[in-house]
Ligand binder design. Structure first.
Ligand code: AMP
Ligand code: MG
Length: 349
């Protein structure tokens, strides 16, 4: 299959191209599209066959449910059993935006879309191109991240093309995404709301709107044996080809340790990558050093993370050492992705 890559400008949306994308969706085909978090691989969420195609294109295990993207709050009631008041409050506060709600699904949503579950994940993205595309495609777009399962999520259309070229008819190129890590997921089907995946919307922001929330212990535990409740969180994920290890501790000690380990491997003729910050990149003497951004600019760290992991793939490094980034607001979300990419290998210094 030939994949057409179509540039669409958020400021000036090309209605003809959007309509074409919508037609592909309505006929049961797939289109990759930009959102403010990462690129999504879209199909009609209400057609079982479209969801099957999504799993096949990504090589995703079929028990890992998809997020349904909507463009109007009014459409929510068409796919869920009931709308609890917390859902209304959170939607008022954060939609359109990087927050996904888990609710009880109704019979319109096929089990293929929800990985066999009676609940459905729903989000209204804020990216203008995503919203136009969802409307053109009939209003309900199942859209997991548009990467091959297990690889870092795509933050540029080029990443999508590397993973999915030849497998889908169309990729909408909307440039680099704004946030760079996937949405926060909140489960509203239990007594107390629970965060299943950390993201740009923090637990504190959610608690300000609906009161106490729990955090799924499975998302922060390393090898505690806790099973995360979002099926997708149990898979090794977001991972570059090279083996990644985080080094955590006082900045000077971290730099010294990474230098020592990199020199050792380099001396053995192995190619090593280092994830540094603007403040520290000059401190590394050997290895391929990439800066993720300024240490106090956590938005930049989130936005660059997946791109850097993919850049190291392109350089064919065998080993990556990364500083850790427990930044104040979205540090938990950033570290959650990095720890998963590292398979929880951390050296504390
Ligand atoms: P992605 O679309 O790649 O961001 O992955 C979607 C994430 O949402 C995965 O981690 C899924 O396991 C999670 N998810 C989707 N639907 C549900 C659901 N009904 N219950 C719990 N987690 C879900
Ligand atoms: Mg994903």
């Amino acid at each position: 299959m030939k994949t057409e890559i179509v540039k669409i400008d958020s400021e000036q949306i090309d209605e003809t191209e959007i309509k074409k994308a919508g037609e592909i969706i309505k006929k049961g085909g797939l289109v990759a599209f930009p959102t403010e978090t990462v690129y999504g691989l879209g199909g009609d969420a209400l057609q079982a066959d479209s969801s099957r195609k999504i799993y096949a294109a990504k090589g995703r295990p079929s028990d890992n449910p998809l997020i349904v993207h909507i463009a109007e709050f009014d459409d929510l009631k068409k796919i869920v059993k009931e709308i609890p008041k917390e859902a209304k409050l959170l939607a008022d506060a954060f939609w359109p935006g990087p927050l996904t709600l888990i609710l009880n699904k109704n019979e319109r949503v096929p089990y293929e879309t929800t990985g066999g579950m009676d609940t459905v994940a729903v989000r209204m993205p804020s990216h203008p191109v995503a919203l136009a595309f969802i409307r053109a495609g009939g209003g309900f777009i199942a859209g997991p991240s548009a990467n091959t399962s297990g690889k870092p999520s795509p933050t540029l259309a080029e990443h999508v093309a590397l993973d999915l070229d030849g497998k889908i008819p169309m990729i909408i190129d909307g440039g680099e995404v704004g946030i760079g890590i996937e949405s926060t997921i909140v489960d509203l089907t239990e007594e107390v709301p629970m965060i299943l995946r950390p993201g740009y919307i923090t637990p504190e922001m959610i608690e300000q709107v609906i009161g106490t929330v729990k955090i799924d212990p499975g998302i922060i535990a390393s090898d505690s044996g806790e099973k995360p409740k979002a099926p997708g969180m149990k898979y090794k994920h977001y991972a570059p080809k090279a083996d990644l290890t985080l080094v955590d501790g006082e900045p000077e000690k971290v730099i010294a340790k990474i230098n020592e380990l990199t020199e050792e491997l380099t001396a053995q003729g192995r190619k090593v990558g280092i994830i540094a910050t603007n403040e520290t990149e000059e401190c590394y003497k050997t290895g391929e050093v990439l800066s993720i951004g300024a240490r106090d600019d956590e938005d930049a760290i989130a936005r660059h993370l997946y791109r850097i992991l993919r850049e190291f793939d392109d350089m064919d490094v065998e080993k990556i050492y990364s500083e850790s980034f427990a930044t104040p607001r979205i540090g938990q979300a950033i570290m959650n992705r990095l720890l998963k990419a590292a398979g929880h290998q951390v050296i504390h210094v």
